[in-house]
Design a protein around this ligand. Structure first.
Ligand SMILES: [Zn+2]
Length: 526
């Protein structure tokens, strides 16, 4: 098998079928799909293109991938689709922008899901409902103005997903990381693509009617997610109502307000100003200032005060709750600290934003564009399922309605690099025997993550997929060497099934292990 063969397939996709080329960006997603157009010429859809910023050595890979994409597509992508705003799915459009520009790449259409549309009322509501996301955005902007601040590894991990894009010298320039993080936020790839292709028209959302690629009438795309029901986006809803007359603000709100107030408290809205004062219980003059003398008295009493005994004790209990909030979140563990004029929130929010960013990560994953591609080359329609990094909440929003599709899904792009909560086993169970799966992952690298190894791919998910697919799983971290064969896994007990599959798989013959691909045509299935 030669590289020419692999490219030949991509440039001559079977009628009513598809060629799915999975690129290997290290840790990230990049899929080039090729379909046969009405005029028998290929049409190309590039789905995601990015690598995690912490992925050592990813930079030569991204440029090489960009060059390969442009060479096989003759510098013409008919559709670029992005699943969600995590940089391991989008960074290539910024990092390798030069490659696209110098080749004068043409992009006809951009496909994005509705949450990416700033003008969409539901997208606006999402921001309001999930202030964490807004806090995160502000935090990146503030990082730039604060300059160099020592950050823990945890924060870099999160920025790897959420923040900076360019970081060509990540290992050498940890400090520059911070500045770049702020400057190159994850809007850049979108700006580049919109400049090239114009904004999506329309932004995509689940619909009964299929979406079509221009000039490819035989292939239907069914958008399954993300749902318009924004309660399904994970993270937390609005905070619980206060149990006291003066509510304790939650940590996220406190941090958000603190970030907003850095420039000028007067610029806050009245409502936010009120929250701001409430977040400063140590400041003299604050109407919500904690009275530590009273607290001390309460503590001396052994803290045994029954609720609502009298208004004075009720108030003390309230103090106690406020104190606990600050003890827990800001490290003011001693009650002698009431001499402090300010709590250290203007620096502390950097640490606090960590937990916000983690929760936001789930939110962004659940905003993933999920679609099924209906192929017409079989006697009855079959489907390819692409789920981005969608987690459970996203799956739950469509799994009932998509039963018919799931029962005829012959190819599955494994969610979120094989993580535990991005593939619903009960859904995969309903897919037919003969399923083929792809996973973009680097297991060795994921296991070396600190402070905690990442479960990419999760062993249970892998077990389930292996038995369902009978070993027909293609992984970016298991692309064979040039002259080697695909290793036949023990699950591949039906030799005909395995051989049929193997015939449809090609991989990069340059030695770079840049891609592996699977061709689906009428004879792909036994
Ligand atoms: Zn991802």
């Amino acid at each position: 098998m030669s590289q020419v063969d692999g490219n030949y397939q991509l440039q001559h996709p079977p009628k009513g079928g598809a060629v799915i080329r999975m690129y290997n960006p290290g840790f990230g997603d990049c899929f080039l799909l090729s379909f046969n157009g009405n005029d028998n010429n290929p049409r190309y859809l590039l789905l995601d293109f990015g690598a995690h910023a912490l992925y050592t050595g990813y930079s030569p890979l991204l440029d090489k991938i960009a060059k390969d994409i442009l060479s096989v597509t003759n510098n013409h992508l008919h559709v670029v689709a992005l699943t969600h705003q995590h940089q391991d799915h989008i960074s290539g459009f910024h990092f390798s922008e030069d490659v696209f520009e110098s080749n004068d790449a043409k992009i006809d259409q951009l496909w994005l899901a509705w949450p990416e549309n700033d003008q969409d009322p539901d997208a606006k509501e999402l921001i309001r409902r999930y202030p964490k996301r807004f806090a995160l955005k502000l935090a990146y902007e503030r990082l730039e103005t604060l300059g160099r601040v020592g950050l823990g590894l945890g924060f870099e991990n999160i920025l790897g997903f959420e923040g900076s894009i360019i970081l060509k010298n990540l290992d050498k320039e940890k400090e520059g990381f911070l500045e770049l993080a702020a400057r190159y936020n994850n809007q850049r790839p979108y700006e580049f693509l919109i400049k090239k292709a114009g904004p999506p028209s329309p932004y995509l959302e689940p619909k009964d009617d299929p979406l079509l690629m221009r000039d490819v009438d035989e292939i239907n795309f069914f958008i399954l997610g993300p749902t318009r029901d924004i309660s399904c986006f994970g993270g937390e809803g609005p905070s619980e109502g206060p149990s006291f007359s003066v509510p304790i603000i939650d940590k996220e709100t406190s941090i958000l307000i603190a970030i907003q107030a850095i420039d000028n408290v007067d610029n806050l809205t009245d409502e936010d100003k009120e929250k701001y004062w409430r977040s400063l219980p140590f400041e003299r003059g604050s109407p919500y200032r904690v009275d530590f003398k009273k607290l001390k008295k309460l503590e001396e009493k052994g803290l045994v005060v029954k609720k609502q005994e009298n208004s004075e004790e009720k108030k003390l209990l309230h103090y106690l709750e406020i104190k606990k909030f600050f003890d827990d979140n800001y490290g003011f563990s001693s009650i002698d600290k009431d001499a402090l004029e300010y709590r250290k929130i203007d620096n502390d929010w950097i640490a606090g934003i960590l937990s916000i960013a983690l929760k936001n990560g789930e939110f962004v994953n659940n905003s993933s564009l999920v679609f099924a591609i209906e192929l017409s080359c079989f006697d009855e329609p079959k489907y390819l399922l692409f789920v981005g990094d969608a987690q459970e909440a996203n799956w739950n929003s469509w799994k009932e309605n998509a039963k018919n599709i799931i029962g005829k899904t012959i190819f599955y792009k494994t969610g979120h690099h094989g993580s535990h909560n991005a593939t619903l086993p009960e859904v995969v169970d309903k897919m037919p025997a003969g399923l083929v799966a792809m996973i973009s992952v680097d297991e060795d690298w994921a296991h070396k993550r600190k402070p905690k190894p990442w479960d990419h791919p999760d062993p249970n998910i892998m077990e389930g997929l292996k038995s369902k697919t009978k070993g027909k799983i293609l992984r970016t971290d298991q692309i064979p060497n040039i002259n080697n064969d695909l290793i036949k896994p023990p699950e591949a007990n039906n030799i005909n099934d395995w051989n049929t599959f193997k015939k449809k798989v090609q991989w990069d013959q340059s030695g770079d292990k840049l891609w592996i691909q699977y061709t689906i045509s009428k004879d792909s299935i036994e």
